[in-house]
Ligand binder design. Structure first.
Ligand SMILES: [Zn+2]
Length: 83
């Protein structure tokens, strides 16, 4: 697995992967380190937002960014288990 230079974010990415999320290439948007893709390709499952979350290489607040990543994963999983 690709490793993020920031420990908090790397842990959050690992958490996402453990929950079935996929790391996808950031494409042409160069500021993103990678993107995380939700395992449920379902219009009802959008994690409260989109099922694709960008992981920034150098966010202004890495700790908050890591938290946001975990939150989006939790929302997605919770939503799925409620059904
Ligand atoms: Zn989702």
């Amino acid at each position: 697995m690709k490793k993020h230079p920031n420990k908090d974010i790397n842990d959050a990415v690992k958490y996402a992967v453990e929950n079935g999320w996929e790391i996808v290439a950031p494409g042409s948007s160069s500021h993103a380190w990678a993107r995380l893709k939700c395992p449920y390709n379902d219009p009802d499952c959008r994690c409260g937002k989109f099922c694709l979350e960008s992981v920034w290489s150098t966010p202004r607040n890495p700790r908050n960014h890591a938290k946001a990543i975990r939150r989006i994963v939790d929302r997605c999983i919770n939503k799925d288990s409620e059904q």
